[in-house]
Unconditional design. Structure first.
Ligand SMILES: [Zn+2]
Length: 456
């Protein structure tokens, strides 16, 4: 057993039930769990290790990313995919992704996780739905485990190729029995449903336009045979997506999801830009979650989701980076900022449509709830020791010391100074402690250039 005392924060943002913000706050941690939270003078005087923040850092829960595609860091800003809408963008990129091998998946997962950590993410879900050549989900899990992120690994899939009326080329789809068998293997090999778990498996067919009804239903049956295995997919992202659903299934995306059993506390859907108010009410009643991905929705010109209406219907909403080829950054702090700004764009003449603090809620406890976790997203006794700090003696906080909490969202999205995941310091004064970054960047760039060579 070892203890860690974090003392003298400028402000400690708890995100607890009362949303307390504690001046001169601190945390007392035993192993990987927070034991006490409060004003520094109320905490134990010392511990095995002590970090004195000298009243110069704001401390908050680590951020939770609910939707991503780590492998796409290999294909950021491909010139032919910079200005297309979703379906054009996908059909440009599928043939490039089809050349990936195990090392591409492993290295991109590590690189992407490193960047996310530097910008405040401590728990992430990734949606990997393409397994060309010798690549498997195990490669991604290995990369993330080595770097130390808390992880929900989604076993994605595509089974309806072009020749069957789907969008992806036939070369990147898999037979449905293979998908289900591998999903089961991964659950049995890796899924840890215990409190403070560092790894859970999610069953995640890519989207209604790339898999069959049967696979959606069978995936739901498989996930529900295990405790805490959740379901995830893309839903109602764009207008063509909506049209495809009406043409192929004669149903809206929400109706389709309900018809295949993809509604409930154990399901969350990425985007949901084009849900009707009825569908939003259904999501609220059923506890179905939404991964809101504002940067990606703007980048692909997909539209603006009705987040205010979702919140009014008690829909669980978290944030998703949805990178890295349709957002191109891995910065959760920036994503919270985008969520706040986009809500204000949608709700013209109502700048209070989303406050800075609400955006931080979505990025922390909102995301935790979407992933089905009650052990991360806030700083309180019994919670996992996942937290980040920002030094306020930076140009980006200058003139903002009267509200350093709102400043996290309103001001520039700088990297963290410290990050702890599961009680372990993973960023120390802005430097990652679990990976040598520059050789990783170099190797990642070599793989990226090899992959897209001749394609750009
Ligand atoms: Zn996505």
């Amino acid at each position: 057993m070892s203890t860690y005392l974090i003392k003298h924060a400028h402000t400690l943002v708890t995100m607890d039930a009362e949303r307390r913000e504690i001046k001169d706050g601190g945390l007392f941690i035993r192993d990987n769990v927070i034991e006490q939270v409060g004003v520094t003078s109320d905490l134990p005087d010392t511990a095995d290790e002590v970090l004195d923040l000298k009243r110069r850092h704001v401390v908050m829960p680590g951020m939770v990313n609910t939707h991503h595609h780590f492998y796409q860091t290999l294909t950021r800003v491909i010139p032919r995919a910079q200005d297309g809408e979703l379906f054009e963008w996908l059909t440009t990129l599928y043939p490039i992704w089809a050349n990936m091998r195990a090392d591409h998946v492993y290295t991109s997962a590590k690189l992407c996780t490193a960047e996310m950590m530097l910008y405040g993410c401590t728990t992430a879900s990734d949606h990997l739905y393409i397994f060309p050549n010798d690549s498997t989900l195990d490669d991604e899990i290995r990369g993330v485990q080595e770097i130390g992120m808390r992880f929900h690994a989604s076993r994605g899939s595509m089974s309806v190729g072009e020749s069957d009326g789907g969008l992806p080329p036939d070369s990147v789809v898999e037979p449905e029995d293979v998908i289900l068998k591998d999903s089961q293997r991964l659950i049995e090999q890796y899924h840890d449903n215990s409190r403070h778990s560092m790894l859970r498996i999610v069953v995640a067919p890519c989207s209604p336009f790339s898999v069959s009804h049967d696979l959606m239903r069978e995936s739901a049956n498989l996930a529900r045979a295990y405790d805490g295995v959740h379901l995830h997919t893309h839903l109602a992202e764009t207008h063509p997506d909506l049209e495809y659903s009406m043409e192929k299934f004669g149903q809206t995306p929400g109706e389709y999801a309900e018809s295949v059993g993809w509604i409930g506390h154990d399901c969350w859907h990425a985007h949901c830009v084009h849900l009707s108010l009825e569908e939003i009410a259904l999501f609220g009643r059923s506890g179905t979650g939404v991964a809101h991905c504002p940067s990606s929705n703007m980048r692909l010109s997909s539209g603006i989701p009705k987040i205010k209406e979702m919140m009014a219907h008690d829909v669980s909403v978290g944030l998703g980076l949805d990178g890295s080829a349709s957002n191109d950054h891995n910065n959760m702090r920036n994503e919270a900022r985008m969520a706040m700004l986009l809500a204000r764009v949608r709700d013209e003449m109502n700048p209070a449509a989303m406050t800075g603090r609400k955006a931080l809620e979505l990025a922390t406890i909102g995301g935790a709830k979407v992933l089905g976790r009650d052990d991360v997203g806030s700083l309180a006794p019994g919670m996992s020791a996942d937290f980040i700090t920002f030094n306020v003696d930076r140009p980006s906080f200058a003139g903002a010391l009267h509200d350093v909490v709102a400043a996290i969202v309103f001001c520039n999205s700088d990297p963290v100074d410290y990050s702890f995941i599961n009680g372990k310091m993973v960023v120390d004064q802005g430097r990652l402690t679990t990976v040598d970054l520059m050789p990783l960047v170099e190797h990642h760039n070599k793989l990226s250039l090899g992959l897209v060579d001749g394609e750009v």
